[in-house]
Design a protein around this ligand. Sequence first.
Ligand code: GAP
Length: 444
Amino acid sequence: MKTQELNDLQTLVSLAKRRGFVFQSSEVYGGINACWDYGPLGVELKLNVKKLWWKSMTSRNDIVGIDAAILMHPKVWKASGHVDGFTDPMVDCKECKYRFRPDKVEDPSQCPSCGSKNLSEPRNFNLMFKTFMGPLEDSSSTVYLRPETAQGIFVNFENVQTSMRKKIPFGIAQIGKSFRNEITPGNFIFRTREFEQMEMQYFVKPGSDDEHMEEWKQRRRNFYLNMGFKEERLRFHQHGPDELAHYAKDAFDVEYKFPMGWEELEGIHNRTDFDLKAHQQMSGKSLEYFEEASKEKYIPYVIETAAGCDRLVLAALCDAYREEITTDEKGKEDKRVVLGFHPQLAPVKLAFLPLSKKEPLASLAMQLRNDFAAEDWICQYDESGSIGKRYRRQDEIGTPLCVTIDFDSLEDKCVTVRHRDSMQQDRVSIDGLEAYVRDKLKNF
Ligand code: GAP
């Protein structure tokens, strides 16, 4: 048997649409550029990514969560530096009207679309989406869609610290939508203008920041490994001086090897006291922390871990995808497409398949499906097509276990459990099925 990993994104885009993971937004109107909708399986996969991340953060005694509003006081973005500094250079081709980032193309002196050298001067383009609050559409009512979730955490630092009586070091975690008017979005759900972030800001005593940075790097690497990501497809990239964001003293990207190459999954940044200091100055409200033990007052430093949820979903899909190709004695090839998700990520955990649509098999299978779904497992019921075809459909969406109910099940009160990866089958009593499934999903 030959195993083929994913080598082009288009294969995944087709599978994602065919099997209900991700659809193009507003497709009936011809779609809207770089906007995507999560379908029934995509939303489950994304929820699983978020649940794992949330648990990895908030199960710690030193991290609590919040959910801040997307719309914030416009002064937040002035203080944070986004109004003045959150820009990308942009060049327009005067011939074909293509717009591009000169710092992202091989030869910035010619248009990457038509090759013309008739180009505009580079202009700085602010990536924040603007809108108006209330009925007046003028500059006094301008608000921004947040370009990062982090600022909702910084402006709530004191609220959280005092209400939860947290001592430094401690962290605040948040999952939520962010918006950036990217000049060149693309690569499916990799770079979009509306996306979800999973950010955690860890507040530390100045001077201990380098040590905490190192610890968070290791924790975040382990998070991806525990999710089942292939080690050889993960690496760190340290930012050089010209790559550092305006707020960062040091920064590492966790990179994943996508079909289009190594790209950023998550940023781990030492933001120093930049943000709290800036908000203290702009708001006039003290954001200093008083340390009981040393009787010292200081503005904490921040180590930030900033992951993109949609990018993690894309990486999870890429990592899981494989084609198994077998050839029979006559030379005929057969291809099995499998999404080999870690069971924690798999959108559907169990599929219940009656061997025949006939009663009472169908009702028994549906009853079992409902009982297991009530135990918080996402379950499917499928009675159409040959059993082989039904297994293949489940393999393609990454369901770890299929439960087949056959005519013998009525007599011996047993079912057949078929494993996605090995395709092995076990006969298991219905009474013992729950314990069996629990064990298999835990020790996959
Ligand atoms: N608070 C820091 C911050 O936002 P960032 O490196 O700009 O840092 C963090 O963003 C993560 O958010 C990125 O590593 C990426 O996973 C995700 N992200 C950023 N821009 C994105 C976009 N346009 N589409 C999808 N994900 C994006």
